[in-house]
Design a protein around this ligand. Structure first.
Ligand code: TRP
Length: 458
């Protein structure tokens, strides 16, 4: 079959904006608003942000372009796309392992993602019932601890979130997603601006900004750099085929370079806004930047408890965050589901049910490790920490590395120029050189550094 005529069996986006919205929906989620502030706080602030932005520019954007390109050329689920493209380019079929790593990674990310989305769901109700009115830092700490130490309620919220994800995926992701994200993103953005406005009124607004924007490189460790790289992959939804599968539904004429830059820009901007909203609250109310994974749940309720219309704004915020998490979660499940449909002839409903239930089951392990199993650790890490760290910091960058190598070294010049349609411009050669040398060397150095084989930084 001619590449140009290959069509996806799962549908096509109605326009370039539909793709941008869907990919942004996948990228913007808990990674920006929950994970970015808390790991920035754990890794020293400004210097971490600096390295993070560098990772987005040098590794994230080129790999995103590569993923979209591979997806659109293959127009199937990542495993089958990679097998087809490897064959076409005369390469080993082993390259389909990119798809396999992706399925494993997406699946595992979904397990803990759904648990954290569950916390967000729980906070919708709390915000709506006025629970946070005039709440103090002490209260918010207690409220959060109470939630995560209660396995029953965590299970209920995790189950509701996973059921919602499965409902959307079973209907096919192109339907409805566009409309949801079109409404969701601007509203979420406005609420973040309101939160930044509140942060400006706090006593330690400037301290928060200084913390976030003044890089103090003595504060960053080798592990910090490693975590920044993982976060770039996590936040941009890279390295597991989620963006590849959305690329598979992309109309042939759309420019891959500009759409990728738009998505990466929006994603990074939203994460930074969340940081600006949160750190001034941390300092004003004598919380620690390194509070850990509860950071947003301990800080933002204080803001909602004090601002005018805080009850309404807080409810809306957590509700929108649930939706943002939902549009991300469906992109985590979609590769597994399309693979079950394409390769095992399952119906969409059966594929969604079986994979979703399985992720739900592993998610129960994650939520129990927050309380009942909190004592069972490996090298001081709980089951939750291990799944979160291994997928984000190891599996995603590994998948990304293989994608970079395949797209830049093993695909013919003809295929890549044809697909990216940048001609032989400087833009094209910059992309290619970054992907051939800079991104892989960066990733490998950071890996070696993290496992202590190579020492730079402290
Ligand atoms: N990027 C999403 C977030 O920031 C999470 C996510 C969705 C993801 N799809 C992914 C992470 C694929 C890694 C890979 O919340």
């Amino acid at each position: 079959m001619m590449t140009e005529k290959r069509k996806s069996m799962h549908g096509q986006w109605s326009s370039r904006w539909a793709f941008i919205l869907a990919a942004t929906g996948s990228a913007v989620g808990l990674g920006n608003i929950w994970r970015f502030p808390y790991i920035t706080g754990e890794n020293g602030g400004g210097a971490f942000l600096c390295i993070y932005v560098l990772c987005v520019l040098l590794v994230g954007i080129p790999i995103m372009m590569a993923e979209v390109m591979l997806g659109r050329r293959g127009r199937q689920t990542p495993i089958n796309t990679m097998r087809t493209l490897a064959r076409e380019e005369g390469r080993s079929e082993w390259w389909q392992c990119i798809g396999w790593i992706g399925i494993a990674a997406g699946f595992l990310v979904l397990t803990f993602y759904s648990v954290v989305a569950g916390w967000t769901l729980a906070y919708v109700g709390r915000a709506a019932s006025g629970f946070f009115n005039n709440t103090t830092a002490e209260d918010t700490r207690v409220i959060f601890t109470q939630l995560i130490s209660n396995p029953k309620s965590l299970l209920i919220w995790h189950t509701i979130f996973m059921a919602l994800t499965m409902m959307v995926v079973s209907h096919g992701v192109t339907a409805g997603l566009e409309r949801t994200v079109r409404f969701l993103m601007p509203t979420l953005f406005i609420i973040l601006i309101v939160l930044v406005g509140y942060a400006m009124t706090t006593e330690k607004f400037v301290d928060g900004l200084v913390y976030l924007f003044t890089p103090d490189f003595t504060k960053i460790s080798a592990t910090g750099v490693f975590i920044a790289l993982g976060q770039a992959f996590f936040s941009l939804s890279l390295g597991m085929g989620a963006i590849m599968i959305y690329g598979a539904y992309l109309p042939q004429k759309t420019s891959i370079a500009s759409t990728s830059c738009i998505i990466a820009f929006i994603d990074t901007f939203i994460a930074i806004l969340a940081g600006i909203a949160i750190f001034p609250i941390v300092f004003t109310y004598a919380l620690e930047p390194s509070e850990g994974s509860g950071l947003i749940f301990k800080t933002l309720p204080i803001a909602f408890g004090q601002m005018p219309f805080g009850q309404l704004i807080g409810t809306l915020f957590f509700l929108l965050l649930v939706f943002a998490a939902l549009t991300s979660a469906i992109s985590l499940l979609e590769p597994t589901v399309t693979w079950l449909i394409e390769s095992h002839g399952m119906s969409r409903i059966m594929a969604t049910l079986s994979s979703g239930m399985f992720a739900w089951l592993i998610g129960i392990g994650c939520l129990l490790s927050l309380n009942v199993w909190a004592g069972s650790t490996l090298f001081g890490l709980t089951f939750f920490d291990i799944i979160e760290g291994f997928t984000t910091n190891v599996l995603l960058p590994l998948g990304g590395l293989l994608i970079a190598i395949f797209a830049s070294w093993l695909m013919s010049h003809k295929s890549t120029t044809e697909e990216l349609a940048l001609g032989n411009s400087t833009l094209f050669s910059t992309w290619k050189i970054t992907l051939q040398y800079i991104a892989p060397i960066f990733v490998v150095l950071i890996f070696l550094n993290a496992i202590g084989l190579l020492k730079f930084g402290s």
